[in-house]
Design a protein around this ligand. Structure first.
Ligand code: UD1
Ligand code: UDP
Length: 365
């Protein structure tokens, strides 16, 4: 995107949810003529977890791929840190933009804080208040270190204020993930998704990858049992994240004739599938938001959510493996909502708002 030696902004991406969040910000900064460099840490590397988003979202090819790959939290985070420290010592960015709550995000924030490089956190202030989630640790640390906080919902501003972040650093801008959803709306073809997977009649989409759900064989088995019970009522399609594949297969996930397990899907194919579904069962963060915008009922298989606006203003509801089937039946029996209420500022313009604020910050110093 740009020569590294000239003043520039660096985007840190690495894992699947980063790409739809970064795309509108990159586009909006580009429209303002701001020099940018796109770093891919390599945290996700399978083409279907990474490359497909670059193709489908029109993202520029990364200028740098750190190739860190998989590993324990410390190993993965440390690899991103050492590679970025080397890179930033050679050419200092004017600002580094980090996204969401993945290990690549916190790693970049730590490096920048030590080198005195400013950090902007997109999707700041979300809190599940559950420190057993690796993402919660990443969010709290990233927000403590960031200089600019771009938030997607008003509750995030409150959390940041309670943690002592100066209000002048906090900007409620809306949701760039939703910018991407709205920009691509005409491409999400539920008939094509249905035909591709040979689905007839109503179906439910499920996605699972949280360590708390898929790493522990006992919990994985309980969830598989609940999904099989759901499949007695409605077909269940599961585009399966690589993390949980072995444990869920071992727990018998594939052994039900109305459960279809696929590899992860490309973004356009995935949202097309979700758009045509009767309901979604998930532990994903992004999917809670996307279902809210699409008006598709969402049952989140978690004890908490860092995205309560998807409950107060959306279609989301928290369930566990015991309440899942009852909640699903209620959703299947309910009349569809006429016009879903959507969260404030989820209007497709978050990227532009972020770019405007960044341009202002870069102009004054
Ligand atoms: C990461 C994020 C999580 C996010 C998720 C999105 C952290 C701590 N977690 O979780 O917040 O919700 O991405 O999808 O950053 N793997 C592959 N191919 C890949 C990538 C991963 O097979 O391209 C497998 C590897 O076995 C790897 C495992 O998935 O060990 C977990 O990958 P990792 O990036 O460590 O965490 P995720 O569970 O993907
Ligand atoms: N997604 C996709 N294909 C899939 C599953 C998910 O393209 O098979 C998209 C979906 O739009 C979601 C995003 O990937 O919002 C990131 O989802 P993930 O659940 O991996 O991460 P999280 O949001 O939980 O951090």
């Amino acid at each position: 995107m740009t020569e590294p030696s000239v003043p520039h902004v660096v985007h840190i991406t690495g894992a699947r949810p980063n790409f739809p969040k970064a795309a509108p910000v990159i586009r909006a900064l580009d429209a303002r003529g701001i020099r940018q460099l796109l770093v891919h840490t390599g945290q996700h590397y399978d083409p279907i977890m990474s490359e497909v988003f670059f193709e489908q979202l029109g993202l520029p090819k990364p200028d740098v791929n750190l190739g860190v790959g998989s590993g324990t939290h410390a190993h993965q985070t440390a690899k991103v840190m050492t590679a970025l420290e080397d890179m930033f010592q050679e050419s200092r960015p004017a600002l580094v933009i980090v996204y969401g709550d993945v290990n690549s995000t916190v790693a970049a924030s730590l490096v920048c804080a030590k080198l005195g490089i400013r950090v902007a956190h997109v999707e700041a202030g979300l809190r599940s208040f559950d420190r057993t989630m690796p993402e919660e640790v990443n969010r709290v640390v990233t927000d403590a270190l960031a200089d600019l906080h771009f938030t997607t919902s008003a509750d995030a501003n409150v959390h940041l204020g309670a943690e002592g972040i100066d209000e002048h650093r906090i900007h409620f801008v809306g949701n760039p993930m939703i910018d991407t959803l709205l920009a691509n709306l005409p491409l999400f073809d539920s008939d094509a998704a249905r035909a591709r997977l040979d689905l007839e009649g109503p179906y439910v989409v499920a996605t699972l990858h949280r360590p708390s759900n898929v790493d522990d064989p006992v919990q994985a088995a309980a969830i598989v049992k609940a999904l099989h019970a759901a499949a007695e009522r409605v077909a269940v399609v599961i585009p399966l994240h690589p993390r949980g594949r072995a444990a869920l297969q071992e727990a018998g996930l594939f052994d039900h004739e109305r459960v279809t397990v696929t590899d992860p899907l490309g973004y356009v194919e995935f949202i097309g599938l979700v758009r045509g579904s009767a309901a979604v069962v998930t532990d994903s963060g992004g999917v809670q938001e996307e279902t809210t915008m699409l008006g598709v009922p969402c049952l989140t298989l978690r004890p908490n959510t860092e995205r309560p606006v998807t409950i107060s203003h959306g279609t989301n509801r928290l369930v566990d493996h015991e309440s899942l089937v009852g909640a699903l039946q209620e959703v299947l029996d309910a009349d569809p909502e006429d016009s879903p209420v959507t969260p404030p500022l989820w209007d497709g313009k978050a990227g532009e708002r972020i770019a405007k604020i960044i341009a202002g910050v870069l102009a004054v110093n």
